[in-house]
Design a protein around this ligand. Structure first.
Ligand SMILES: [Zn+2]
Ligand SMILES: [Zn+2]
Length: 287
């Protein structure tokens, strides 16, 4: 029996698996990209993912990071890599060391401190890029960007051998092309993320939208979270094909959230939205 009942969304062959409830737990994985955005309480099913992209240090997003690292050792996997805001690295090391003392075993960890604009290679053609968010000191969002090389238009009609020959001669026949696959905002107040082209053009944006009711706007402001009115404003300026909403408050029932989203958004924006369910449908009982 796995530790968590995780929700699963599929978008054009890309799997998004996770669990997210404001203040309780947030963890969103994309196994094909080998990344887990935040780690929540480290669900068993996600321990094998090699890269955790931690957006900030709040307990509901970060509680399981030491357990994630130690479970990888326990199950003979390579040390996990955690990308985290650079200002969190010292406290994270202290926690890992303290657990090492309690447990009697040193916990292997590959921690990478990130600042806005930093990139880190995940796979040969895949990079995580950090951008600033407005939530807690040093908080970050992450985009996962595929880097390809494309043939320049003027060489498009060439045959394979001609291309090989030009390459041999050292002619630059290709240009770099960045394809932003997904951007994960983590927890954040409204920021005009359309200013960052790689976030605005990510195929998928995973955004928090914590609060929905009118009287919750001040709550959103105080906790530095997004309110539905701000989400509507944000989506109006973005170019993402798909938007996944996470971090919904339990103060508002899910059916009301769905209705409010429908009412607040123009139809073309609303149809891009999928909410990461708070309680995934339980598996059908065995016959
Ligand atoms: Zn949170
Ligand atoms: Zn937070």
């Amino acid at each position: 029996m796995p530790s968590h009942n995780l929700a699963r969304i599929e978008i054009d062959d890309l799997e998004i698996i996770g669990y997210s409830v404001a203040g309780e737990e947030t963890v969103v994985a994309m196994p094909q990209l080998d990344v887990c955005f935040d780690i929540g309480k480290a669900p068993d099913q996600l321990i094998h993912i090699n890269n955790v992209l931690l957006t900030h240090g709040h307990m509901d997003h970060a509680a399981g990071f030491a357990y994630y690292l130690s479970q990888r050792k326990f199950t003979d996997q390579s040390p996990g890599t955690i990308l985290a805001p650079a200002n969190l690295l010292n406290p994270m090391r202290k926690i890992i060391d303290a657990w090492g003392l309690l447990d009697g075993n040193k916990i292997p960890a590959n921690l990478v401190g990130m600042k806005p604009g930093d990139e880190h290679q995940i796979k040969p053609n895949l990079f995580a890029k950090a951008f600033p968010t407005k939530h807690s000191k040093g908080s970050l969002g992450f985009s996962v960007i595929e880097k390809r090389k494309k043939l320049k238009a003027e060489y498009a009609g060439l045959t394979g051998p001609q291309i090989v020959e030009l390459k041999k001669q050292g002619v630059e026949i290709e240009y770099p092309l960045d394809i932003p696959i997904v951007s994960y905002l983590g927890d954040t107040q409204y920021v005009d993320f359309s200013q960052l082209e790689y976030v605005a053009k990510s195929k998928i944006m995973i955004a928090e939208c914590t609060f929905y009711e009118g009287e919750h706007a001040t709550r959103a402001q105080a906790g530095r979270h997004m309110h539905i009115d701000e989400l509507a404003m944000l989506l109006g300026s973005m170019q993402n094909e798909h938007v996944i909403i996470t971090h919904t408050t339990q103060r508002t029932p899910m059916h009301e959230i769905r209705k409010m989203l429908k009412d607040a958004m123009p139809a073309d924006l609303h149809e891009k939205i999928t909410i990461l369910p708070r309680r995934p449908p339980s598996r059908p009982a065995r016959q």
